[in-house]
Design a protein around this ligand. Structure first.
Ligand code: VGL
Ligand code: ZN
Length: 207
């Protein structure tokens, strides 16, 4: 059984949003097309409380892009984004939400960030996504969304670690590129770990 994992297709990660990813909105129509080929479609939603420790604004004199230590972990500081129930935390309005089987939220603990849809960044708590996929009999996952160099990468690596045959849909993902080349390096790292790199065209041509 295969599952499509849609990572953080939220307004704040699209152009004009609080943590905009270049061309982030371009993956929405691809997600809508791909959904039709999967029996199981799971979406993750970055879902932070306003006092989240990953927000630069919650630390004196800090600016987005700086790195601090948060609860024993290195933490990149971000602009305020995906605050629970806010406009920016909503899925992109053109995403076909009726095609989504189940949604998992992450990043709800103010003391730790959660890039992966499976675990927080310290692998301290699970979101339930891994158990859910296993209960549904999923063995193979196809990961796409925002952002390639953060949430998509960490979700794909955890999926592989949990034993799923894991594919990255590379053209259906976009990254932050905080440093030039981050997206390319993230794709290489995923590939080198054993994640298969595929494209939406390949999936749409062999359903
Ligand atoms: C993400 C940074 C902070 C992501 C979420 O979805 O990749 N990146 N929060
Ligand atoms: Zn976040």
């Amino acid at each position: 059984m295969k599952a499509l994992l849609l990572i953080d297709l939220q307004i704040d990660f699209c152009p004009g949003g609080a943590l905009e990813v270049q061309e982030g909105d371009q993956v929405i129509p691809i997600a809508n097309q791909l959904m039709e080929q999967f029996e199981l479609v799971v979406a993750t939603q970055d879902w932070h409380p306003a006092d989240h420790g990953s927000f630069a604004a919650n630390h004196p004199w800090r600016r987005p892009g700086q790195v601090i230590e948060l609860n024993g972990l290195q933490q990149v500081l971000w602009p305020i984004h995906c605050v629970q129930d806010s406009f920016g935390a909503m899925f992109h309005p053109r995403l076909n939400q009726t095609g989504i089987t189940k949604i998992f939220i992450k990043g709800t603990d103010p003391t730790i960030d959660s890039y992966s849809g499976f675990f927080d960044n310290g692998h301290r708590k699970a979101t339930g996504l891994g158990e859910y996929l296993k209960e549904q009999g999923v063995t193979e996952v196809f990961v796409m969304g925002l952002a390639t160099d953060y949430c998509v990468k960490f979700t794909a690596i955890d999926a592989l670690g949990l034993g799923f045959d894991t594919h990255l849909i590379v053209d259906a993902s976009r990254g932050v590129n905080l440093q030039e080349g981050d997206v390319d390096r993230a794709v290489e790292e995923m590939q080198q770990k054993g994640i298969k790199i595929t494209s939406s065209a390949q999936l749409l041509s062999n359903p």
